[in-house]
Design a protein around this ligand. Structure first.
Ligand code: BV8
Ligand code: ZN
Length: 240
């Protein structure tokens, strides 16, 4: 687990830095990863991109809630790890720092990160299937059984497979990626799009791209540097 002098130099001189995270950054907090994006069977023999899909909301919303309530159950008392804490420190170190996550667990925010771009939503929020009502139940953990505005069904405020990302979220992340000098790709298998396209945009715009992951991924080839290791062990090395 080594940080090159090249990376240390760029780290010391950078003003505009972007970080993209995936499930791997929460693995050391006890959140199971998806082991390779959509086609893993995760729930009652159903593939991830089936139970977490737009079609399933239409076909069987209670089943979708069952799946998300199960995950909320074990996510309720998980804590941020050293990787989340280190990334939170970076936001005040660089003139322009952008944190983009695919994670819906809210651990970056729990670690103190502000303005987190949640590309795939947040498991602690619910929204109405008809009107624009939102309910953030990270406060009391209880979710109303129907929309308090119009009485229609609520659904998890997460982006499911086949659904568009939150308006402007990807565009803002892509814009920041196109002007960053240093881009970190931490704990993602790089299989789910358009999120996996962000490091490609940064690379295309001349940024130095560094991957932190115990394994190689499809994104490793576009990286200037690959640090093979766990995020919770590698990231704190930067502030040492
Ligand atoms: C869309 C929320 C437009 C829900 C999620 C282009 C090409 C191919 C397919 C597509 C394409 N464009 C669109 C698609 C379809 C699809 C897609 O990408 N499919 C994949 C499976 C091929 N994309 C979509 O549907 C997206 N929407 O494109 O809209 C549109 C709209 C209508 C019609 C057409 C187009 C929406 C995708 C978002 C889906 N929602 N999550 C929920 O959680 O239930 S995705 C979810 O899975 C996560 O958010 C994340 O994105 C992904 C899991 O990936 P990772 O986070 O990387 O986790 P994974 O387990 O795979 O890997 C973990 C990594 O960590 C590993 O590499 C491991 O080695 C490493 N690791 C382990 N421990 C550690 C570690 N690293 C560091 N430290 C450690 N300790
Ligand atoms: Zn409503």
């Amino acid at each position: 687990m080594h940080i090159s002098t090249e990376l240390r130099k760029r780290w010391a001189e950078a003003n505009r830095v972007l970080v993209l995270t995936g499930a791997g950054v929460s693995a050391e907090s006890g959140v199971p990863t998806f082991r390779g994006g959509g086609n893993t069977t995760v729930w009652k023999g159903m593939r991830f991109d089936v139970i977490s899909s737009a079609e399933m909301i239409e076909r069987d919303l209670p089943a979708v809630w069952e799946w998300f309530d199960y995950r909320r159950g074990f996510m309720a008392d998980i804590k941020p790890n050293a990787a989340h804490e280190e990334i939170a420190r970076w936001q005040d170190r660089f003139a322009e720092f952008t944190l983009v996550t695919q994670n819906i667990d809210g651990l970056h925010q729990k670690a103190g990160s502000r303005d987190v771009i949640e590309l795939h939503g947040n498991i602690w929020r619910a929204r109405c299937t008809v009107c624009r009502f939102f309910h953030n139940d990270s406060s009391d953990g209880k979710r109303p059984c129907a929309c308090l505005e119009c009485g229609n069904h609520l659904r998890p405020d997460v982006v499911l497979f086949g659904e568009m990302l939150p308006a402007g979220a990807f565009e803002f992340a892509a814009e920041r990626a196109s002007r960053c000098e240093l881009c970190f790709v931490i704990g993602t298998s790089g299989l789910v799009y358009p999120a996996a396209g962000i490091p490609e945009i940064a690379r295309g715009a001349g940024a130095y791209v560094c991957e932190v992951n115990p394994e190689l991924t499809p994104l490793s080839d576009i990286c200037d540097e690959v640090i093979t290791g766990k995020a919770g062990e590698v990231l704190p090395l930067f502030s040492r």
